[in-house]
Design a protein around this ligand. Sequence first.
Ligand code: F6P
Length: 378
Amino acid sequence: MYNSGEFYYNIVMGTVRNSVTRTFGILTAGGDCPGLNAAIRGVCRAAYDRYGMTIVGIANGYRGLIEENVRILRPVDFSGILTRGGTILGASREKPFKDSYGRDSEVAEDKVAAILKNYRALNLDCIVVLGGNGTNTTGYRLSREGLNVVGLPKTIDNDIEGTDRTFGFNSALAIGTEAIDRIHSTAQSHNRVMVIELMGHKAGWLALYAGVAGGGDIILIPEIPYDIKAIGRHLVERSRTGKTFSIVVAAEGALSIEEAKMDKRDRKKMRAEFPTGYRIAREIEAETGMETRATVLGYVQRGGIPSASDRVLATSLGTAAADMLARGEYGKMVSLKGNEISAVDLSVPAGKIKTVPADHYMLDTARAVGTCLGIQGL
Ligand code: F6P
C-alpha cells in the first residue's frame, strides 16, 4: 500500500510518527463550498506524510459509503488541489438516517446497515466527514452506532454550532460583497432600489456580513422578520434626504412578520413559488411606488477558488484533524475558538443551527451606520 518514494524517505529519515489510526475514510457531504479541497489536502498530507496512514477516498458524501464507491488516495490525488473550488471527492445531500421525505424509516435502516458493513469491510479505523450541520449530525449518529468519526465544519452559511467560523464563509462573503459593489453602481445610475438575495436559509450570517461590508441600506435576515411598512418608511426617508437609490441585502430565508406567523408547511409551499429577492422587490414597489429590481446571486457564492483566509482555516482544521486521528481522538468536530484550533464533541453541532443572536455586535454595527434591519427601531 505504501509504495511512494516520499513515504519510504520519511521512514528512512525517521519522521513517520506513531498513529492510533492506520486507515481512515474521507468524504465531503452537503452543499459544496470553496476550501473543501484545501481541507482534504490538509487532512491527507499530514495523515500521510507525518503518520503514514492509508487513506480511502469516499465518493459523493455518505452515498459513496452506502454504495462502496471508494478508492485509495495517494499523494498525487491530493497534490495541486489547494486552490481548486468544489471537491475532488464529489458531494451529495444523502442523509442515510432519513428517507426521501426527511423521516427516519426502514429504508434508512438499510442504508445505515450498508454503511456499518462497508466501514468494517474496508477495515476503516475512522471516517473523516467534511460538511455542515446535516453532515456532522449524521457523523454524530454514526458514532452512536459504534463508528469512529471526526468532523470538519464547512459551509458558506457559517451556521455550525461549536465553531466560531466555518471554511467557505469568507470566500462567499468576498463574492457577495463584490456583487453588492457592482449592484451599487447600477443602482446609482438608474436611481433604483436594488434587492440582492444572498444564500442563508435559516441563518443570516452571510447577508449580514456582506451587507455591512457592501454598505447595504437595508439588511434582511431570517432571524428578524421584517415589516414592509418599516422598510417603506426607511426608503422614503432616504429619498427625502436626497439619496436617489437604495441597496437591500436579503438572505434567501428572510421573511415578513406575517410569514413568520404562518403554518410552516403553508409558508414553505408559498415561498417555493417565488425567490425571496423577487418577492421583496415586488412588495417594496407596491409599498413605495419606487422602481425596484432584484438579483438572486445563487450558486456563484459557492463556486470557484477559496479566499486566502479560507485556505488557511481549511488547512489548519485539516491538519488538526490528522493529529486527532493519530491520537485516536474520535467522536469530535475540529473547530475554531477565537484564534485557536480546538475540538468539540460531535453532539455539540448535532441537530442544531447557529443563528445570529439578537445581541450580536454586528447587528448593532449595522444600526450604528444607519442600516435598517427591517423593523421599526432596529
Ligand atoms: O450549503 C449551504 C447552502 O448553500 C445554503 O445557503 C442554501 O440554502 C443551500 O445550500 C442550497 O442547497 P442546494 O445545494 O441543495 O440547492
